[in-house]
Design a protein around this ligand. Structure first.
Ligand SMILES: Nc1ccn([C@@H]2O[C@H](COP(=O)(O)OP(=O)(O)OP(=O)(O)O)[C@@H](O)[C@H]2O)c(=O)n1
Ligand SMILES: C[C@](O)(CO)[C@H](O)COP(=O)(O)O
Length: 245
């Protein structure tokens, strides 16, 4: 037996099975194009841009896995990147779990990255991986908020919502993806945590494990509403112009 430490393998799971209701009618959100290329292809390339990521698991709409496989086969990706496509579920959480179930033996670090955040720069991906390698069980990229946030009491339809609190903005962060995890920690969270959660790191918090923040990036925004498509195409145009100089 060798004394050498086993090399660490990093995989990215990309949940892409959402419908994109807030974006409005059309193809499933991950298949909508930005400057002619499907958002999902941008997202896979964003993960594959990190030299540490050797496997990408794409979680496709439940009945769309063969189409998504064909789509990825027809676009260029770095040769060293292996990818798998699996069908997703009814919720983001279920889709992530189905992606985790498809991971092969030997994966130590898992990134979970929304297909809906197609433009995250590689520096952010690498910063997340680095923090997990340094020992954090869970890492989220995040940015300070520009708006003040109010907590409200739900009200009946048509009634104004009463404000109940104004959390101290300096302590709040808007959380992005990719979120990075020690594989065992994330698998345990998905096995054992119940209840509503809107991100994977929130499940790890409920396990009582430490979650740390690294700087996020303004280009890692989530394409959620129609105006976000305009911003995403503008970012791509700016990148192309900068590459030209
Ligand atoms: N059943 C689901 C729901 C969401 N997602 C994925 O989770 C990410 C973040 O979700 P969101 O932005 O909310 O996407 P949608 O659910 O598609 O959006 P909407 O809520 O507007 O329908 C997206 O990449 C989306 O494809 C998924 O894989 N499976
Ligand atoms: C995971 C996430 O992108 C972190 O900000 C976010 O919680 C996803 O939320 P959505 O409502 O499923 O888009």
């Amino acid at each position: 037996m060798s004394d050498q430490p086993r090399p660490r393998r990093t995989a990215a799971v990309i949940p892409a099975a959402g419908r994109g209701v807030r974006l409005g009618p059309g193809a499933p959100k991950a298949l909508r194009t930005l400057n002619g290329t499907p958002m999902l292809v941008h997202a896979v390339r964003a993960m594959a841009a990190s030299r540490a990521v050797s496997l990408v698991v794409v979680v496709a709409p439940p009945d769309g896995a063969p189409d998504v496989r064909r789509l990825l086969d027809s676009h260029s990706l770095p040769e060293r990147t292996e990818y798998l496509v699996v069908p997703g579920g009814e919720t983001r959480r279920e889709s992530v779990r189905l992606g985790l179930d498809a991971l092969p033996e030997g994966v130590d670090i898992v990134l979970v990255h929304d297909a809906a955040r197609p433009l995250v720069p590689v520096e952010t991906v690498d910063a997340v991986i680095e923090a997990v390698r340094d020992g954090a069980p869970a890492v989220v990229p995040a940015l300070p908020l520009a708006d003040t946030v109010k907590e409200v009491e739900p009200a009946s339809a048509g009634e104004p919502e009463p404000v109940v609190a104004t959390p101290e903005r300096a302590r709040l962060r808007a959380v992005q993806t990719p979120q990075g995890f020690a594989h065992e920690t994330l698998a345990e969270a998905h096995r054992t945590v119940t209840g509503d959660v809107t991100d994977d790191a929130g499940m790890v918090e409920r396990l009582g494990r430490k979650v740390v923040v690294v700087p996020g990036h303004e280009e890692a925004f989530k394409v959620t509403r129609p105006l976000d498509l305009v911003l995403a195409e503008a970012v791509l145009a700016r990148r192309r112009a900068n590459d030209g100089f």
